[in-house]
Design a binder for this molecule. Structure first.
Ligand code: SF4
Length: 732
């Protein structure tokens, strides 16, 4: 009998540790699936430094989904109207290699696109980058993280000189004021929120501010809820800054010594008087003043945000405007303070480290930087100039590339774009035009299967060994502890085999994921995300480790009276190894070491409501479900918890449209329509409606939220504004 295994929850970016025990004998088993079959028992791992034994319903029920509806063999078809036929791996690889060669000859390497996922382990990400960006010479690798937190990446890079959330989860226990904007953490990052809420309840002086047009569970727990009009986040943030300036509650020493660009920013925020801001945001002036007062009175302010900020046509500007507040008040580089983006996917962070977006390269390098490209070409044994200096296609540009006939091969892995991309009518129509789509996933069917010519069975969590990095830069080793079903292979193994069959045998001589990891971490040496001190052996022996972590790391410096708040470490309350923060010595990764202020006026929504489409639709997630339900739709406990989609409508809007609670309502935008039962509630602000994003064509009938959304994106991060579009409601 195998002993219990320590691993990581493969759902969200909180990155909770799990301890999984093998099934007991049939007669004594207490953990069973819905058919009564004994299954592996999942508990929170008490020794995991990020989650300390806590786990939410998704992590707790993960084993119920791992064996259902699995894709077992490669399958192929000539056209989308044919049925799939089972093929050997050899036949599938030959067809892919042949198409890659044809596309390179006829269209060039930029005719090849891969769309990957924050569900990848870092090893999968790394091998995909080496294949696409290195060996093939195209930067057309993008991941579903583009839809999730690319605005946070761009904001950090522009403000601090490099990516990387500066905070750690210990800050949740140490803050005086938590400022949550555009995040329903209680539902979407529950274990982070539980920890924060516990601290806020215990420390009566600590405050919780929540900014959200909906009265979510997060907002209900707050001291101050600002239900701002959608799209007015920058107005609010500049309004808080205006008051802090007016009251003299800024840190001029920090601004002078550690930053650049304050004067242009001060000029901008001069225009955001409380009257103007309260009117634009549609909140009482007193609420705005109270929020600014909490900022002013707190020594340690921690901002948390996720999709409500990032998924915006001005997402990078919003992130930088949050960071501005931290810079002007010196709320960074010290315990309990800092700007802290919560990542959605379990390994979106690892993807960033491995270069898994179309504008970046492994080790927090940039495709535009000639030195970075050259370092990689040498390391990978490729000829100079092999890596393209041009950013590749982001995912929406892959869709428009299909429309224009510029994509000859689309390779999708571990993600479900036929549900999760915006403007689904257009997206699906573009997918139909793909000359060859390879779809690599653990499950069959998914909504995207319908658009694939070749489907490849991928091993998933528990069936392959690899690492993932969570929101606080904590890397956990996730070992294989179950056999793979059918002929499934790890994603990295599939990419490496294609690389070898293309003739890059030297570049892909890996037999184990440990070898892949060993090579990858060498590329982080002396980079902000240094991980050279993290071998598989060390991760196995010592458990999860946070970066930066070099081979020559010395003992942590513990906070003392002398080292004060600027020490790099701070003993946490549980007495566990303390969490690491970035920028503790107040030197940033810009050439001059100074952080950058950004001066942005608010532009508002890309598609504001008007006479024809008078309401703003916002979409979001529910506590139990994960993204497009590929796993959670197959778990009975969760489907019972959230049986159907719905639309939240304020009573005033329901009266205007003539809709009663529970009645079916048609929601129309300029791009499409969908139908949902009405949930009439004051939890949503008048003028705004809310729909969960989890229901694709497999799980509902005409209930796809993204049929309504538009692809307008932030011009810097290229993250689409999935969070808001204009709609009308029609009773059915
Ligand atoms: Fe998994 Fe996220 Fe839930 Fe933690 S909070 S158990 S990582 S889904």
């Amino acid at each position: 009998m195998t002993d219990s295994v320590k691993t990581l929850c493969p759902y969200c970016g909180v990155g909770c540790g799990l301890e999984v025990s093998p099934p007991a004998s049939t007669t004594h088993a207490t953990h069973r699936d819905s058919q009564g079959k004994p299954i592996w028992k999942v508990m929170g791992d008490r020794s995991h430094p990020s989650s300390k034994g806590m786990v939410c319903v998704k992590g707790a029920t993960i084993m119920e989904a791992v064996d259902k509806d699995r894709l077992l063999y490669p399958m192929m078809r000539e056209s989308l109207s044919d049925s799939f036929r089972r093929v050997s791996w050899d036949e599938a690889f030959d067809r892919i290699v042949q198409q890659i060669k044809t596309v390179i000859q006829t269209q060039g390497a930029d005719g090849i696109c891969m769309y990957g996922s924050g569900q990848f382990q870092t090893e999968d990400y790394y091998i995909a980058q080496k294949l696409l960006k290195g060996c093939l010479g195209t930067n057309n690798f993008d991941a579903n993280s583009r839809l999730c937190m690319s605005s946070a990446v761009a904001g950090y890079i522009q403000s601090f000189g490099s990516d990387g959330p500066p905070c750690c989860y210990d800050d949740l226990d140490l803050t005086d004021c938590a400022f949550l904007i555009g995040t329903n953490a209680a539902d979407c990052h529950p274990i982070v929120f539980n920890r924060l809420h516990k601290h806020i309840k215990k420390d009566r002086k600590a405050k919780l501010i929540v900014v959200d047009p909906r009265t979510t569970k997060t907002a209900e727990a707050s001291d101050l809820h600002l239900a701002i009009k959608p799209g007015t986040d920058i107005d609010l943030l500049n309004g808080i800054a205006h008051l802090l300036m007016l009251w003299g509650k800024i840190d001029t020493f920090f601004i002078d010594e550690c930053t650049q660009g304050f004067s242009q920013y001060a000029e901008i925020i001069r225009h955001y008087s409380p009257e103007v801001v309260a009117r634009r945001c549609n909140i009482p002036i007193e609420h705005l003043e109270q929020a600014a007062k909490y900022w002013a009175e707190s020594e340690r302010v921690l901002s948390l945000w996720s999709m409500g900020i990032n998924q915006s046509s001005e997402g990078t500007a919003k992130v930088r405007t949050i960071i501005n507040l931290h810079l002007m008040t010196a709320n960074i580089g010290k315990p309990g303070a800092g700007p802290f983006s919560l990542t959605g996917q379990p390994n979106a962070m690892g993807g960033r480290e491995a270069g898994g977006l179309s504008h970046i390269l492994p080790g927090y390098r940039s495709v535009k930087n000639a030195t970075h490209r050259s370092e990689l070409e040498q390391f990978w044994g490729l000829k100079p100039g092999q890596i393209s200096p041009n950013p590749g296609r982001d995912v929406w540009s892959m869709i428009t590339g299909l429309e224009r006939g510029e994509v000859g091969l689309l390779w999708i892995a571990a993600t479900n774009p036929a549900v999760s991309l915006p403007d689904l009518v257009r997206t699906k129509s573009a997918l139909l035009q793909s000359p060859l789509t390879v779809y690599q996933d653990a499950y069959y069917p998914t909504e995207t299967t319908a658009y694939a010519h070749i489907i490849l069975p991928a091993a998933q969590w528990s069936e392959k060994t690899g690492t993932m990095t969570n929101s606080e830069r904590m890397v956990t080793l996730s070992p294989q502890f179950r056999p793979r079903p059918g002929e499934a292979k790890a994603d990295w193994e599939i990419f490496a085999e294609v690389g070898r069959r293309l003739g890059f045998t030297q570049q892909f001589q890996f037999e184990t994921s440990a070898e892949v990891h060993r090579e990858f971490v060498q590329l982080t040496r002396n980079r902000p995300c240094e991980m050279t001190g993290m071998s598989y052996e060390r991760l196995q022996q010592e458990g999860p480790l946070q970066w930066p972590c070099s081979e020559t790391e010395t003992e942590p410096e513990i906070e003392t009276k002398e080292t004060g708040l600027l020490s790099s470490w701070f003993k946490n309350k549980a007495g566990q190894p303390p969490g690491k923060r970035l920028y503790t010595h107040l030197k940033f990764n810009t050439p001059d070491g100074r952080a950058r202020f950004a001066a942005f006026h608010s532009k508002g929504l890309a598609e504001p409501p008007d006479e024809n489409y008078p309401l703003v639709l916002t979409v979001g997630r529910l506590y139990g479900h994960w993204h497009t339900q590929t796993r959670t739709g197959r778990i009975e406990k969760i489907t019972k918890m959230h049986p159907n989609p719905f639309i939240e409508i304020h009573p005033k809007d329901a009266v205007k449209v003539g809709i009663q609670d529970g009645e079916l309502v048609e929601v129309r935008s300029r791009r499409g329509s969908a139908q949902f039962p009405a949930m009439i509630t004051k939890a949503i602000a008048p003028g705004t409606v809310f729909v969960p994003m989890h229901w694709g064509a497999l799980w509902g009938n005409n209930t796809e939220a993204n049929t309504l959304t538009h692809p307008e994106a932030c011009p810097i991060s290229l993250e689409p504004e999935l969070k808001a579009c204009a709609v009308q409601l029609i009773p059915v």
